[in-house]
Design a binder for this molecule. Sequence first.
Ligand SMILES: [Zn+2]
Ligand SMILES: [Zn+2]
Length: 548
Amino acid sequence: MPIYATEVLTNPAPAAVCVSRDNFLILQIMMAATALYAFPSLRHLPGWNTGGLAVAALLHVAATEPLFYAAHRGFHGAHLFARYHALHHSNKVPTPFTAGFATPLEHLVLGLLMALPLAGACAAGLGSVGLAFAYVLSFDFLRAMGHCNVELFPGGLFRSLPFLRYLIYTPTYHTIHHTGKKANFCLFMPLFDRLGGTLDPESWELQRKNRAGMDEAPDFVFLAHVVDVMQSMHVPFVMRTFASTPFAVRAFLLPLWPIALLFMFMVWAWSKTFIISYYHLRGKLHQIWAVPRYGFHYFLPFAKDGINDQIELAILRAERMGVKVVSLAALNKNEALNGGGTLFVNKHPDLRVRVVHGNTLTAAVILNEIPKGTTEVFMTGATSKLGRAIALYLCRKKIRVMMMTLSTERFQKIQKEAAAEDQQYLVQVTKFQSAEQCKTWIVGKWLSPREQRWASPGTHFHQFVVPPILGFRRDCTYGKLAAMRLPKDARGLGSCEFSLERGVVHACHAGGVVHFLEGYAHHEVGAIDVDRIDVVWEAALKHGIRPV
Ligand SMILES: [Zn+2]
Ligand SMILES: [Zn+2]
């Protein structure tokens, strides 16, 4: 669990500060170049010398560690802290970059301390190029690790091997220093805090708790899938920064595309469902899992069974973990694929985990976007799961629904579901011409530019079609896919759900969250229960889930 992930995302460092984050690299290069210039023999070092490693390790423990400790405590004196070290501590929430975020004087001190073991090994005639790289890179890695804000060490490690507590610090250990500023001053070895009497005794208990937070089982799972090869790079474990902004195709993705393509074949062949991200709501862990399949797989007839197997495996895994609700995203609940989740519920009648498509709330979001006073709408995809529910709901409100479908049989089936007095409000249309005068279009099926031309100027296109239609008409407006904003107390939202703003999720995801928060006992699979549209909408608002 990121120890303070929420704050780091809401309090980004000012831009001017970011610029100076890598300047120390230039300083270190200058120091190394000076050394090479002053001691020409350094230019002819061998590739590797094991004796040099021993000398450097000895000097690191005997000199670099204690000297860093002393210097760090010195920098916490009132005078030096205010003028120098306060900058490093201004990042209350450390990130790996915080490791390199300090004033030039501190970097000079750190650079010299880092050079010391290398200089010692060279002076003993045991220096090597390999040692220089190994030591500097390990040093840098450990600094970044200590500031990474994610607990990496297994929870039980320091209990079973207590001596390790004095040899290696942890991200939790250094975060305690960043927040409290009174303990845990060491470079990498807590031994020196112990010797100096500045060790926070809670460090390992907290480390264990932070780690346990990462290992805890979720209560809610949103089971997504990858959209396409480009989007597959929009996940925190590939690029945290990129994943923290809404997805859009960017130039820097292009050279990475072949690698992502290769990755696609690998996950298709070998992978099972994996975790993409998570957040906390009302003290409960919510995770987003991805089925290792991409959007186009869902359109390959021979891939259908494999996809259902993957979803079933994920649901059964969730069942074993004690997850309460699994919400199926996007194409994972496709009617043609598994009847909107019905397949799994029928196959496993004793499931304790609730399987939810969340589309009742999707319908509610679309319906609530239709302005009051609307008397007539035109709808494509009208006989789909969402189309049917929207049509039946609207005809109850005495709104005339022109349902675009060539199948009279499917139309009549839906019409018969409406109460006798409402049936007159459902009208079958077979041509786009019929919609020329209607300014409210609800689009559930892809529309070509030619088809969009039939809309009169000023028409608004509401949509529930995936992928969304392209806005060809400048004189019309286009709605976005139904989405809702998670409650304000959602914590740790480090990444964006596809192209949505951070904290906003697709309506079906929100529908699953409502299902969990309300503790509904039923599975929400198959056809949408029109009577429940208002119920879930009210429940969502009650829990602070808001329309966007
Ligand atoms: Zn620090
Ligand atoms: Zn400090």
